[in-house]
Ligand binder design. Structure first.
Ligand SMILES: N[C@@H](CCC(=O)N[C@@H](CS)C(=O)NCC(=O)O)C(=O)O
Length: 214
């Protein structure tokens, strides 16, 4: 194995990068962390902007290439380790719905969430990428209600993405704590990988705060 074959995850605790790390753990993938202290602003210093000009995590370097954007990272990593069983194969009928719900997260849920969080006046449904907030969330909830996972009986990387996202968005009061969302998020946050990384994140975040003097 050359050093290019190692997966490097650009990381900061308690961010969107946490989900990518949980996924790596669920996949049993070997990886190295490149940790950024966001409390000290390291993500916006030239060294990291040369890697990801947006100054955002997660980002993954593998085989000399960079992958950014959570949804791309989730698809990429789960496909790299098919034996872990977290991705439907290209010829699996569930591949389409799998991609649909992963893309829905990035192109539909997140824009809606940010409008809500920042109290922006939403665009009219015909111009907004997500129709309207309640319709967007209702479609997601209807899908999850079929359960136990987003594709039914089978756990996939899409559930790691959604379970963690719904956990923090419910915590911030952006998504209502309905039975469906609560049960679903718990099915991911009760898993050992999430528990392990969450505990490590608490320690790392405290170290970062101390180092940054915040
Ligand atoms: N479009 C990106 C968004 C990533 C993102 O917003 N990351 C936040 C952490 S949760 C970040 O790196 N913020 C640091 C900053 O902008 O200074 C993705 O989907 O991965």
């Amino acid at each position: 194995m050359t050093s290019d074959d190692r997966i490097t995850l650009y990381y900061a605790p308690q961010t969107r990068a946490t989900g990518a790390r949980v996924l790596l753990e669920e996949l049993g993938a070997p990886y190295d962390l490149h940790v950024l202290n966001m409390k000290a602003g390291e993500q916006r210093q030239p060294a990291y902007l040369a890697i990801n000009p947006l100054g955002k995590v997660p980002a993954v370097r593998h085989r000399g290439e960079l992958v950014t954007e959570q949804v791309a990272i989730f698809i990429y990593l789960a496909d790299l380790f098919p034996a872990a069983g977290l991705t439907p194969a290209l010829d699996d009928a569930k591949r389409g719905p799998y991609l649909r719900w992963i893309a829905y997260y990035g192109t539909t849920f997140e824009p809606a969430l940010m409008d809500k969080f920042l109290q922006h006046t939403p665009a009219p449904p015909t111009q907004s990428p997500y129709s309207d907030y309640d319709t967007m969330l209702g479609a997601l909830e209807a899908q999850l209600a079929k359960g136990p996972y987003i594709l039914g009986d089978r756990l996939t990387a899409a559930d790691i993405l959604w379970g963690i996202a719904l956990n923090w968005t419910m915590m911030f009061g952006l998504v209502p704590k309905t039975d469906v969302f609560t049960r679903y998020a718990a099915s991911i946050t009760n898993r050992p990988a999430f528990q392990r990384i969450t505990a490590l994140d608490v320690e790392m975040a405290a170290q970062h705060a101390a180092a940054a003097g915040t």
